[in-house]
Design a protein around this ligand. Structure first.
Ligand code: HEM
Length: 177
């Protein structure tokens, strides 16, 4: 990964992946939350969109990670205190980790329950665990745990972006637009 370069903006592919994933997380999270509440007639539709869009996040995050390692990363504003820069850095990498781990757990969970997950109803994705009803409850708990972790991390990430934009009035947010 190249850091501290003279570049002022993230690579256009990273920007695209960033905003696509942001939109998808804002759709997938509530769809997942509502899964347990919707009437049975709608359950399959909610599950279809939750699982298929959620699995798309996995591939976007992996692609984004590749471009991130191969492209220059714009330098942080010099006015930023060291501890804040470390916290933002940690939050960013935990988000990468959580947004890659969560779709994998969701996919294993879906397959453990029904035997096979079919991405957008078109591409069957074979699971290494297959149908595994005994592990499904543990996967469901892990999936719920990571859902809350993602919510907290995204919340902190948005607070950080607003802090830079509104209080520091620096160009941190502009690097991603
Ligand atoms: C970043 C991507 C994802 C996020 C943020 C996410 C989030 C959530 C949330 C918030 C819930 C409700 C948890 C609860 O309160 O019990 C949920 C449930 C669920 N998700 Fe996901 N999910 C993602 C990806 C996936 C994928 C890719 C699949 C399947 C291929 C999947 C399958 C499921 C299933 C089966 C449930 C119901 C779990 C249960 O039985 O309680 N999720 N998800």
């Amino acid at each position: 990964m190249n850091t501290g370069s003279n570049t002022q903006h993230y690579h256009p592919a990273i920007k695209t992946f960033h905003w696509l994933v942001a939109v998808l997380v804002f759709a997938v999270w509530p769809l997942g939350f509502l899964l347990g509440m919707v009437k049975s007639g709608f359950h399959n539709d909610f599950f279809f969109w939750h699982a298929s869009l959620g699995f798309t996040i996995l591939w976007l995050m992996l692609a984004r990670l590749c471009v991130r390692f191969l492209s220059d990363t714009p330098a942080k504003p010099s006015s930023m205190p060291g501890w804040l820069e470390s916290a933002a850095h940690l939050n960013q990498w935990l988000l990468y980790l959580a947004l890659i781990t969560q779709p994998v757990i969701g996919f294993l969970l879906a397959s453990a329950g029904s035997g096979q997950f079919v991405w957008f109803g078109v591409i069957p994705i074979p699971s290494p665990l297959g149908k595994a009803p005994t592990i499904a409850p543990t996967l469901a708990e892990l999936h719920e745990f990571f859902a809350w972790v993602i919510l907290v991390l995204v919340g902190l990430h948005i607070c950080g972006a607003l802090y830079h934009r509104v209080i520091c009035r620096d160009d941190t947010l502009a690097r991603m637009t």
